[in-house]
Design a protein around this ligand. Sequence first.
Ligand SMILES: *Cc1c(COP(=O)(O)O)cnc(C)c1O
Length: 420
Amino acid sequence: MENNKNLNFNTRVVHSALFPSEWQGSTMAPIFQTASHVHETAENLSLTFGGKKSDHIYMRLTNPTNRILEEKLADLEGGAGTVVMSSGMAAITNTCMALLRAGDEFVSGNSLFMSTYLLFAKVFKKYGITVQMVESTETESIEKAINAKTRFVYLETIGNPKMDIPDLARTAAITHDHGIPLVVDNTLASPYLCRPLELGADVVIHSTTKYLNGHGNAAGGAVIDSGRFDWNKDRFPDFQPFIDRKGPLALLDKIWREHHINFGTTQAPLHSYLTMIGLDTLALRMERHMENTLEVARFLKNRKEIKWINYAGIEDHPSYDIAKKQFNEKGFGGVLAFGLENKDACFKFIDSLQMVYHLANLGDCKTLVIHPHSSQYLSFDEPTREKLSITPDLVRLSVGIEAVEDICDDLSQALGKTVT
Ligand SMILES: *Cc1c(COP(=O)(O)O)cnc(C)c1O
């Protein structure tokens, strides 16, 4: 059905952007597995290239299956438009590149996904772009770092592995005082837990590979634009052609036209299809993820092998209060980190797990474990790892939707093997 804002989120997650009458009665979006689309007349193709008609031309530009997922995600995040891409990193790269020019600056929270950190701290440097990294939860530091060259502020809803949660409404108010937008990577919360655009953020980014898909069977990314930010400012003179073309969706048009289609970060329609199957159960899965993670956190906290735990659902975590408020008491996220005696204990623990999968991913319905210091962050120098709280004693757990007793049993027997 057409997007209907009056329906509850848990209903919209199943029903939005479905058009069976256009799909021969099918309730699942068809997979349009085609590289290109026929146009009856030369006039029609010309009008489509000119943006006067919204027909499809070529897969790298748009695809009907991808467009259905785009409508669905815009509805779920409360945005005015979406572009889906081949991965979360594609969405992050294209969005930042559309916002930045050589010589510009931006401010980012320092609690960042590993590849995002590398992109910001190392890759952008090559193009003369400066990132000011500050503590994600310190709104005063964010404000202090903003100057005349700053084009946006970037945050993650839930940092990983610190599990720190910035106050999005307060940060958005600050960025808007300075005439710049707030961009939020909402991957770890998903729109079930948090809708940053409703809190004042201007752009939301997702790695759909994680909770939105939920089954670890397709990579994908998305950028969702609120359509509310006023780009018509001295700070954004390069936005004028996009404002002329798309008005409030100028940024999304810039991301799509300047970067997505030229960088070729195309989403495979099959991946959009698989993501949509996953999305049907998002609310249900998230409910169980939240319940299970809180229970696992409480279980781990009481174990003598555990030296410390990072989870906003534990009352002494610095983000406990903001998490409760910002996530409407629906939960605290499905990922947690904890410390064992040392690296050897972490390896012994991981190698002893029987049900929990050891792999590099999160947000899957299966419980997943990893030792980030020796894997994703292996190439980082030690001072940087320390700065990012990636310590040798840290284990990261993405809690799945299995019976929580079975998760705790497996963790318990593996913890038992870490002490001799
Ligand atoms: C995984 C992840 C990404 C990157 O997404 P890919 O789909 O792997 O490219 C970005 N941000 C966060 C928070 C992530 O967890």
